[in-house]
Design a binder for this molecule. Structure first.
Ligand code: NAD
Ligand code: UDP
Length: 334
C-alpha cells in the first residue's frame, strides 16, 4: 500500500507537529518512523513501562524527532496539530501487572490528551481495541455491536478502561467540538512486539525458535485474526486524514480468521525447528472467537490489509531470530 501524504484532492499536505503517546512501544515506534518518513515533526511521550528506547533507535539523532519520558496520567503541555493516543500496555500479562494503573492510563490519559487537543485544537486519534467487544456473541464484530464485557474480571481494567476512554472521546466531541478519531484495533503483530508480553504470536515464535514446547491455552479452537503492523499503521494514518466530522469508531484488523492451533502449526513449520505443542489452561474471560468486520474501514478509508499472514510471520520470525541471537551474544559477553 502506498504512503498518503496528500489530501482528498491530491494536494501535498504541509508537515505537521505530531504527538505519539506510547511512541516507544510496538505500534507507537512503527508509527513514529512512518510519520518522520512522511516529513512531520514527531514527539514521542512514553513512560517506558512496556516500551523500549531500542525501538526508537532508528529515530534518535533525526532533527524531526524528539522523545519525552512522560506518563500520560499527568498533563502534558506541548503545541501540536495531531495526537495519536497509544499509551497503554496492550498485552494481558502487562495490563494485569498493575490493573489500577492500567485503568488510570486509559481514563486519565484520555482526559489529559483530550484536554491537550481541546487547548491546541489538535485532532486526536484514540487507539481503542477489539476488547471493547469482550467475548463477543456477534460474529464477525461490526462497530454497532455493543459488546459482552465482564466488568469484574481480570481483563476489565483494560476493556472497561478503553470503553470509558471511548466515552470520553465522544463526550469531548459533543461538549467541546474536539476533533476526534477512534479506531478499534484487532490483534496486530510484527517486529518489536515485546518478547515477554505473552502474546500469542511472539510466544509461539520465541518458543519455536528455541525448540521449546509451544504452549496452546485451552484446546486451541479459539480464533483470532492477525494484522501485520505495516497495514495497521497505514490504517491509523488514513483515519487521521479523514474529513472533519468523521469520528469512527472504525474497526482496523485483518479479517482472515484462524484458530490458535493452526497458528501454532504454521509457526512451527516456518521456524523449521523441533518443537512440540503442549496445552495449558485457558485464561479467565479469554474470548473464544474474534474477527473484525472491516466493511466500514474499506468504505471510509479505502483500506484493507495487504500483507498475508505467511509473509508477516516470516518477517516477524526473522526479527525475533536476530533479537534472540543478539541477546545470546550479549549474555556471552557478560
Ligand atoms: P505496547 O505495550 O508495545 O505499547 C504501549 C506503550 O505505551 C509502551 O511504550 C508503554 O511504555 C507506553 N505506556 C504505557 N503506559 C503509559 C503511561 N501511563 N504513560 C505513557 N506511556 C505509557 O503495546 P502496543 O501493542 O504497541 O499497543 C499500542 C496501543 O494499541 C495500546 O493503546 C493498545 O491498547 C492498542 N492496541 C494494540 C493491539 C495490538 O494487537 N498490538 C490491539 C488492540 C489495541
Ligand atoms: N494464547 C495461547 N498461547 C500463548 C499465548 C496466548 O494459546 O502462549 C492464546 C490466548 O489464550 C488467546 C489467543 O492465544 O486465546 C490470543 O492471545 P493474545 O494474548 O495474543 O491476545 P488476546 O487474547 O488479547 O487476543
Amino acid at each position: 500500500m502506498g504512503e498518503r501524504t496528500e489530501n482528498e484532492a491530491g494536494e501535498a499536505l504541509p508537515p505537521r507537529r505530531i504527538l505519539v503517546t506510547g511512541g516507544a512501544g510496538f505500534l507507537g515506534s512503527h508509527l513514529c518512523e512512518r510519520l518522520v518518513r512522511d516529513g512531520h515533526d514527531v514527539v514521542s511521550a512514553d513512560n517506558y513501562f512496556t516500551g523500549r528506547k531500542d525501538n526508537l533507535a532508528a529515530l534518535f539523532g533525526k532533527p524531526r524527532f524528539e522523545a519525552l519520558r512522560h506518563d500520560v496520567t499527568f498533563p502534558l503541555y506541548v503545541e501540536v496539530d495531531e495526537i495519536y493516543n497509544l499509551a497503554c500496555p496492550a498485552s494481558p500479562v502487562h495490563y494485569q501487572f498493575d490493573p489500577v494503573q492500567t485503568t488510570k492510563t486509559s481514563v486519565v490519559g484520555a482526559i489529559n490528551m483530550l484536554g491537550l487537543a481541546k487547548r491546541t485544537k489538535a485532532k486526536v486519534l484514540q487507539a481503542s481495541t477489539s476488547e471493547v467487544y469482550g467475548d463477543p456473541d456477534v460474529h464477525p464484530q461490526t462497530e454497532e455491536y455493543r459488546g459482552n464485557v465482564n466488568p469484574l474480571g481480570p481483563r476489565a481494567c483494560y476493556d472497561e478502561g478503553k470503553r470509558c476512554a471511548e466515552t470520553l472521546f465522544f463526550d469531548y466531541h459533543r461538549q467541546h467540538a474536539t476533533r476526534i478519531k477512534v479506531v478499534r484495533i484487532f490483534n496486530t503483530y510484527g517486529p518489536r512486539m515485546h518478547p515477554s508480553d505473552g502474546r500469542v504470536v511472539s510466544n509461539f515464535i520465541i518458543q519455536a525458535l528455541r525448540g521449546e514446547d509451544v504452549t496452546i491455552y485451552g484446546d486451541g479452537s479459539q480464533t483470532r485474526a492477525f494484522c501485520y503492523v505495516d497495514d495497521m499503521i497505514e490504517g491509523f494514518v488514513r483515519m487521521m486524514q479523514t474529513p472533519e466530522g468523521t469520528t469512527g469508531p472504525v474497526n482496523l484488523g485483518n479479517p482472515h480468521e484462524i484458530t490458535v492451533r493452526e497458528l501454532a502449526e504454521r509457526i512451527i513449520a516456518l521456524a523449521g525447528r523441533r518443537a512440540r505443542i503442549v496445552h495449558r489452561p485457558l485464561p479467565a474471560d479469554d474470548p473464544m472467537q474474534r474477527c473484525p468486520d472491516i466493511g466500514l474501514a474499506r468504505r471510509l478509508l479505502g483500506w484493507e490489509p495487504a500483507v498475508p499472514l505467511e509473509l508477516g510471520l516470516e518477517r516477524t520470525l526473522s526479527y525475533f531470530d536476530r533479537f534472540l541471537t543478539g541477546a545470546a551474544h550479549e549474555r556471552a559477553q557478560g
